[in-house]
Design a protein around this ligand. Structure first.
Ligand code: BV8
Length: 270
């Protein structure tokens, strides 16, 4: 398929999914995960920083690691790739972004309808250690502030949701829920944790019903996210992949555009 045919096809599509991974944010200066030299996982073991076990063992270390990443992301800007996706959304009838990224850069590029499969660095939730909680004497309740498990004894009836909303991922001691005192953690999906069922269901339904899926900047090594483009292909969607390196999807894609997202994507919207 020629690039001009592709652009025409894109404008004819009723339902488009843009599926993104860390590669779309690479040109905003945010390191990817699996690059052999600069990837985060070339310097850190995911089990030591991105797992419930790590947080249980050393919450401050994990908090500090995410504070560092959040500062990096706050200082980054959406790049021409993010902006092109946003422009594309205005040109097609129905476009949803399904992203594995937790950096908020699609939203900052004014893209709407973003499904965040792995959560966001910019929301917090309670760390719930269910093993410890259910081993205690008191029956758990749901904390009215953080919606995590708590006990009646712990929960402060005078605390408000606004108190929690005011807490951000910033340097300092790991904060606690103003209601129940549970440690707070970023609202992201760590290895071994299930994805939010509603978000995963929504993404799966889109994969099953879209006409076109554009897969941008993902190594497709993490499940269940990696199954989304495959599912769309099996359901009959046209698949375009944009990546400087081939992946397990490339040979099955209808079109594989080898290169950087920030260079290739703007051509779709000009
Ligand atoms: C779960 C946390 C079940 C946040 C992340 C064996 C088989 C199948 C599955 C498993 C298995 N062993 C273990 C599992 C499960 C595991 C998994 O998939 N592991 C893999 C690694 C083997 N999955 C899970 O644990 C998931 N949960 O399965 O739960 C369950 C069910 C019920 C009850 C309990 C449990 C949870 C997965 C979530 C992991 N969270 N991060 C954080 O700290 O960031 S993973 C991490 O990988 C990021 O979130 C990231 O988004 C995600 C995917 O990576 P990519 O985005 O693809 O990034 P990567 O660096 O890999 O690739 C970048 C690409 O960009 C490259 O291709 C590169 O060429 C390209 N690129 C570079 N520059 C550019 C570019 N492209 C375009 N333009 C450029 N300029």
């Amino acid at each position: 398929m020629l690039e001009s045919d592709l652009i025409e096809k894109l404008h004819d599509c009723q339902k488009v999914v843009v599926f993104t991974g860390a590669g779309i944010s690479a040109e905003s200066g945010i390191p990817t995960f699996r690059d052999a030299q600069t990837g985060l996982w070339s310097k850190f073991n995911p089990q030591d920083v991105a797992s419930t076990e790590a947080f249980r063992k050393n919450p401050q270390l994990v908090w500090d690691w995410y504070v560092h990443r959040a500062e990096f992301v706050r200082n980054a800007e959406p790049n021409p790739g993010h902006k092109a996706v946003s422009t594309l959304q205005a040109c097609v009838a129905d476009l949803t972004v399904i992203t594995q990224n937790i950096d908020n850069l699609h939203q900052r590029a004014a893209t709407r309808n973003v499904l965040e499969l792995h959560g966001s660095l910019f929301r917090l939730k309670a760390f719930v250690d269910t093993d410890e909680l259910f081993a205690g004497d008191t029956s758990p309740i749901i904390c009215h502030i953080c919606d995590g498990y708590a006990t009646y004894d712990e929960c402060d009836p005078y605390a408000s949701k606004e108190d929690l909303a005011a807490i951000e991922l910033r340097a300092g001691p790991v904060p606690r829920c103003p209601g129940c005192g549970a440690l707070l953690r970023p609202d992201i999906v760590w290895f071994g944790e299930p994805l939010d069922i509603d978000i995963l269901d929504g993404a799966t339904r889109l994969a099953d019903t879209c006409d076109l899926l554009i897969c941008i900047g993902s190594s497709l090594e993490v499940q269940p996210a990696a199954s989304i483009p495959v599912r769309a292909k099996l359901a009959g969607a046209t698949i375009i992949e944009i990546n400087p390196e081939p992946t397990s999807l490339s040979s099955h894609a209808d079109v594989f555009l080898q290169g950087k997202a920030a260079e290739i994507l703007p051509a779709f919207v000009n």
